[in-house]
Design a protein around this ligand. Structure first.
Ligand code: ADP
Length: 776
């Protein structure tokens, strides 16, 4: 465009120059003619004027137009005498221009006023050159034309220039037509001079319509006043106009244009033309608007982000802060720039933050730091600051984009959590037990201090080898129970011995409960091991004391019973003995006294019977322990028996199984006595398994109900029985410390309940004892 304007300006200057030159010349010549006319009139002479000295041809003619005077340079130029020229002036004029001259002379004669025209005059060498001819009349006193004076000036150069100019102008116009923009040329006063085709196409009008209606009418109403005023100002102050406005298209749609309206000045500094280039910027503007829109949105986003957003130049100096930074610090960007960020950082955090900052700046890496930042009210709050550099094409840092997140609440929560953790740690460490936890798959995840102190092992050791800490005799059962819990999610509860750091084992009661999620999946296991060695020892010694006591009391009871039996039986026995002596004495003499002997014998029989009665009575004593009948749940009874016998069972490795029929009706019997029977049978089985233990010692308790009676069995896989009959007799025992009373008493109890107790060999080995109880 610039080149175009320059070109047009250059052309215009040349054009202007020529025009000015011509006009100046014409003015000068007119002045000369006036002067010559005056002189001629005064002196009445035509041929002795120094007019030949003047540039130009001079002619005069009479009122009718007949050539009179011809300046000599005309003759020289044409190469003919004045006479010849006068006679055939047409021969000197270009054939195409003769008519123009005729017409001019006609007008001259009719109007009597000065006339001008251009014509080509043939030079002596046959070359036609352009001349400008101006003819003025010399009037008589009555206003009539006396003579005509003509001055003819060579304008060949100007003409050629005009032609060149016209050609150039044509080329220029062609160029303008092809420019992908709209060109408007106005004259100095602002009148429309020229528009290119693009303008006409756009407005859908021809230039005359445009001229008639003017531009303003096509401007958007919102832009009209501003543009018109601007345009008038430009005309007045001759300064270029740069504007944006909306211009109506032929279809009524307004589109945005940018106009550059440049004045072209002449040599005198006056405006010759206004050249305006209008560019359709609708698309750019929409794009720009879209960019502006997205910039606004981005800014809005940045402002609404719940974080302090900022950017900084490559050297770290902030160049943008979001509203939240302003709200937090209470300071503007320029204030922050002036003081620097460091002023807002807590003095205690300054050193560490400075290190991170310098490192990030030096290496151009992410700046990531947590520190306290001073708020507008002087309160320091924890912030998490992250800033990333953006690099240029050559790898240099262009800018930093940063974000500060207020993490004060989180920090406090973390602090509280840490405190709580410490507290929990303290609690778990001081708990009088070994506290541990494990992942859902059973891998240990935590041990309290006491576990580490007791075992002398740390978590890493437990993770790989916890089973080495369990007593070998308890290991299988422990692993089985733990695996079952891991699989089923059931509470894990067991008692086992755990190796202490000094190589001794102690008994622990272990209970581990799962923490479940809402779907019932185990999230974690939490376990507590309680040292029960002392309790266990106490229970055992208690049991042993009980056993001893029971045995002692049994012995005492038997001793007492024996004493009373002896006492009771002693009397009839003494009487029997005495009567026996007497009877024998009565029969020894020659004079045997048969009657007396018979009497003694009868007394012996009587006392013998008495002794037998006493024995029967003692038997009846065992038999007739009248039961106290109550109704009870048989399964409960078994549970209780097992609980009572826990101590005995704990010392052995015997596995106790139950096979109890479900839905049993309540049993009606003397609960304590039946319990005694079962305890006795289980104790016998335990004794049998301990004396000669099999590989997997086991006891099975079973119950069956056939509708009228309950059959209870106690089986073991011990050594078994040598015959089954005399077992139930009193004082039959194979044990060192045995009394041989258990089975006898048990049978008498069961029989007192109208049931039966018997023994059998168990298959494939061991003993089996059964008893029945009728159900009511
Ligand atoms: P004690 O238990 O004092 O010996 P019992 O009358 O209870 O008295 O038992 C008598 C005997 O019967 C026992 O000494 C033992 O020889 C035998 N006996 C009892 N139960 C069993 C059993 N389950 N297996 C092998 N022998 C048994």
């Amino acid at each position: 465009m610039n080149a175009l304007v320059q070109l047009s300006q250059r052309l215009s200057e040349r054009e202007t120059f020529s025009l000015v030159a011509v006009l100046a010349l014409v003015g000068f010549v007119s002045f000369c003619i006036g002067w010559v006319t005056a002189r001629t009139h005064k002196k009445g002479r035509e041929d002795s004027l120094p007019i030949e000295m003047l540039p130009g041809f001079f002619w005069s003619a009479d009122a009718q137009g007949n050539i009179g005077y011809i300046s000599p340079n005309v003759c020289t130029y044409i190469g003919k005498t004045a006479e010849t020229i006068r006679n055939d002036w047409r021969a000197c004029v270009h054939p195409d221009d003769a008519a123009v001259r005729d017409h001019t002379w006609q007008v001259l004669r009719e109007s009597g006023s000065p006339q001008e025209h251009d014509l080509r005059i043939r030079r002596h060498d046959g070359v036609y050159r352009w001349f400008h001819s101006r003819t003025e009349p010399l009037h008589g006193r009555n206003g009539e034309v006396l003579r005509w004076y003509t001055v003819t000036t060579d304008i060949e150069d100007r003409k050629q220039m005009e032609v060149a100019l016209e050609r150039n102008e044509q080329e220029l116009r062609l160029t303008l037509e092809r420019i992908p923009g709209m060109i408007v040329v106005n004259d100095a006063s602002g009148e429309l001079d020229y528009v290119n085709k693009q303008v006409l196409d756009y407005v859908g009008a021809d230039i005359s319509e445009l001229r008639a209606l003017g531009w303003a009418e096509r401007l958007h109403p919102d832009d009209k006043e501003r543009i018109v005023r601007g345009w008038l100002d430009c005309i007045e102050y001759k300064r270029p106009q740069y504007e944006s406005f909306r211009l109506r298209r032929f279809d009524g749609e307004y589109r945005w244009f940018e106009v550059l309206n440049q004045p072209v000045l002449g040599l005198d500094g006056e405006v010759l033309k206004w050249y305006a280039l209008l560019l359709d910027v609708e698309a750019t503007r929409s794009a720009q608007q879209a960019v502006e829109q997205s910039t606004i949105q981005l800014r809005r986003l940045l402002e609404t982000l719940p974080a302090m957003v900022w950017t900084a130049a490559a050297d770290g100096e902030p160049d943008y802060i979001s509203q939240r930074v302003l709200d937090f610090t209470g300071h503007t960007l320029s204030e922050i720039r002036a003081s620097g960020w460091a002023k807002y950082i807590h003095p205690d955090d300054l050193q560490a933050t400075g290190l991170i900052y310098r490192n990030a700046m030096k290496k151009g890496i992410l700046y990531d730091s947590e520190h306290r930042l001073r708020r507008f009210d002087g309160v320091y709050r924890w912030v998490h600051v992250r800033a990333e550099p953006v690099f240029g094409e050559t790898g240099e840092i262009l800018r930093w984009y940063g974000i500060n997140l207020d993490i004060d609440e989180t920090k406090r929560a973390q602090e509280a959590l840490r405190e709580r953790d410490k507290h929990i740690q303290l609690v778990t460490d001081t708990l009088p037990g070994l506290v541990w936890s494990s992942f859902p798959n059973g891998t240990p995840s935590y041990l309290n201090r006491r576990v580490v102190e007791y075992t002398g092992r740390d978590l890493a050791y437990f993770t790989s080898s916890w089973h080495t800490m369990i007593h070998p005799d308890d290991l299988d059962v422990t692993i089985a129970a733990w695996e079952r819990s891991i699989q089923t999610g059931e509470v894990y509860e067991i008692e086992h011995r755990l190796l202490r750091f000094d190589g001794t084992y102690r008994w622990f009661h272990v209970r581990c409960e799962p923490l479940m999620d809402s779907q019932g999946n185990v999230v974690h296991w939490y376990g507590l091991n309680t040292d029960i060695t002392d309790r266990k020892n106490a229970a055992e010694s208690l049991y042993r004391t009980h056993a001893k006591l029971a045995k002692t009391s049994q012995l005492v009871a038997i001793a007492e019973a024996s004493a009373s039996i002896a006492h009771e039986i002693n009397q009839p026995l003494a009487a029997i003995v005495a009567n026996g002596y007497a009877c024998s004495k009565w029969l020894q003499n020659e004079h045997a006294n048969i009657d007396r002997a018979r009497l003694s014998a009868e007394r012996i029989i009587r006392d013998g019977k008495r002794a037998a009665d006493i024995v029967h009575r003692i038997q009846a004593l065992f038999k007739n322990a009248t039961p106290r009948m109550t109704s009870f749940d048989f399964e409960d009874l078994i549970e209780e028996v097992l609980r009572l016998m826990r101590a005995q069972r704990a010392t052995s490795k015997v596995v106790l199984r139950r096979d109890l029929q479900e839905d049993l009706p309540l049993v009606r019997a003397d609960r304590v006595q039946v319990q005694q029977v079962i305890i006795n049978l289980i104790q016998n089985a335990l004794d049998a398994l301990q004396d000669n233990p099999p590989q997997k010692p086991a006891i099975m308790i079973e119950s069956r109900w056939n509708g009228s009676q309950l059959t209870v069995g106690v089986r073991d896989n011990g050594a078994g029985l040598n015959g089954t009959e005399n077992l139930f007799e009193a004082f039959v025992t194979t044990k060192e410390n045995g009394m041989g009373m258990g089975l006898a008493i048990s049978r008498s109890i069961i029989e007192a309940h109208e049931g039966k107790l018997w023994a059998a060999n168990n298959e494939p080995n061991g003993a089996a004892f059964f008893f029945t109880l009728p159900l009511y």
